[in-house]
Write a protein that binds this ligand. Structure first.
Ligand SMILES: [Zn+2]
Ligand SMILES: [Zn+2]
Length: 304
């Protein structure tokens, strides 16, 4: 695949923050999110001629949806949430909040669900290996994943550890629902948990035309002005790179920091899902790397 600049956006075109009642922070409903993501991955797998990788990711998402009832999320203190948002600190920060005692049971549930539906020897070996690990070693892998200390994460275990962490944080994040209006301002990191985005999406429907960053961990979406580098906040222009101008997934590239983030255009594909469509557009990553740009996002189903 080759890409070319399909549009160069000048600083004058950069949109500011909205001054109406457009929501700046939207939390995910975990059940529908993971169920819809699994369906999207099924669809993308078919589109990619039955990709075993995307099929596996669909199975993981279904296993996530099935493990939600194992999360017994302790109530989050309203005072802590208010103070955190006031000081632009993430209330469920990955640097201070723990995966908690439910992590190992969620991980085990996901592993066992995959064992039922996947016959790949490589996948089954990873599942067996993970299930045999002592809980403290599973937790050590989880902490390393949260800290993006990828050298300490076993590559084959990463999708399972990432999936379990997403379940925990997505359920927890939903508890902040009544306080989301306290979030203000711009941020390149998730205002709920402090993680990197997996991608950004320009929405349709009641948020039509607005761009949101999609959290790689808690699945929150937070507002980010369009056409601005979210990695370095340069005032300079960004370029959109894609296979064609009509592709639903483009790379938003910055020549200041040489970083890129994928931009998902829901108007071109209403069922688009930031995480699923990131997984299905690896060829775009390769093409953008050839152009000299680096990924500035994370996808917890793999480590690179
Ligand atoms: Zn988050
Ligand atoms: Zn930049």
């Amino acid at each position: 695949m080759t890409v070319s600049a399909v549009k160069i956006i000048q600083p004058g075109e950069i949109q500011g923050m909205p001054d109406d009642d457009t929501p700046l922070l939207v939390l995910a409903d975990a059940k529908s999110l993971f169920t819809d993501r699994a369906a999207r991955l099924d669809q993308l797998s078919v589109r990619e001629q039955g990709s075993p990788w995307l099929e596996f990711c669909a199975q993981l998402s279904r296993a996530q949806a099935a493990s939600l009832n194992l999360v017994d999320s302790a109530p989050v203190s309203e005072h802590v949430v208010r103070e955190s948002f006031k000081h632009h600190m993430p209330p469920l920060s990955i640097s201070s909040a723990q995966p908690g005692p439910n992590f190992t049971s969620v991980l085990s549930s996901i592993c066992k669900a995959i064992k039922q539906v996947n016959s790949s020897e490589k996948v089954l070996q990873a599942v067996e290996g993970l299930l045999k690990l002592a809980p403290q070693d599973q937790m050590a892998q989880a902490h390393a994943m949260l800290e993006a200390d990828d050298a300490k994460v076993t590559v084959e275990y990463a999708p399972f550890i990432g999936a379990a962490l997403q379940v925990i944080w997505t359920v927890r994040a939903r508890q902040l629902e009544s306080l989301v209006s306290l979030h203000h301002g711009e941020s390149g990191l998730c205002p709920v948990c402090g993680s990197h985005p997996v991608a950004s999406t320009i929405r349709m429907g009641d948020r039509a035309g607005h761009r949101y960053l999609n959290c790689s961990l808690c699945n929150a979406e937070w507002y980010a002005p369009r056409a601005r580098c979210t990695n370095c906040d340069t005032p300079k222009e960004v370029s959109m790179f894609g296979r064609t101008r009509d592709d639903a997934v483009q790379g938003e590239c910055c020549d200041d920091c040489k970083g890129y983030l994928k931009l998902m255009l829901q108007s071109k594909d209403p069922l688009i899902d930031a995480m699923a469509d990131d997984l299905a557009t690896y060829s775009l990553d390769v093409a953008l790397a050839d152009e000299g740009y680096m990924r500035t996002c994370r996808n917890l189903f793999f480590i690179s």
